[in-house]
Write a protein that binds this ligand. Sequence first.
Ligand code: ATP
Length: 228
Amino acid sequence: MLEVVHVTKRYRKVLANDDINLTIEDGRIGVLLGPNGAGKSTIIKCIMGFLKYQGQIQVNGLENKSIEAKKIMGYIPEIPSLYPNLTVDEHMEFIARAYKLKDYKAYKDALLERFDLTDKKKKFGDELSKGMQQKLSICCGLLPRPRLVLFDEPMIGLDPHAIKELKKVFEELRDSGCMVLVSTHMIDSMEELWDTTYIMKQGRVAAVVERENLKDNNKSLEDIFFEI
Ligand code: ATP
């Protein structure tokens, strides 16, 4: 389980996250929904342990900044951070070495195939289009088979085929018991996939919407989003 408890993050005068509480259980997909500047990327970076913040974050009972937690967390950033001088295949091998992966070759090939990168294995990072860079970034994030996967605006720049494959990946991760957290500013981009949506406004979680509860109050996610 991912547990974010009373997390507050300031960048000097900007209160980017104001007392954020959220929980993602195993086998569930959470969505951070909100406009630009709402604080989605910041909370994801706090969860990954990249930033200093006030509050507590635990993953499967482990403190998020511990080495044990880092081994089970995967992050796909909004802007891919690739190495211009490494090829597609070398990026994947680099990740495999960094995580000391064993028996990863078949999964590596399956990921590259799924995201149309098989015939681009020898291309360098800076020879790839923005969309291809995003696909490689997704493959790199998934290769270590993380239990908690954080996707920051993952669909931006992807072609329709890649979006379809990515949605299948979300489902597979969920069905295999992983915790998935996806940030987006597009209300219908996660359609039927989410279990819990955290609506973020101005650094705060303005509403928590559970899919199970939507049926009871006859409101759509859109209704709730525009009401608050
Ligand atoms: P976007 O999709 O535009 O990134 P977001 O919902 O992810 O939006 P954040 O990037 O988390 O929002 O930004 C939240 C607030 O923090 C914004 O006001 C932003 O300008 C500010 N902010 C983000 N990063 C920094 C930084 N490194 N230094 C100062 N302010 C920052």
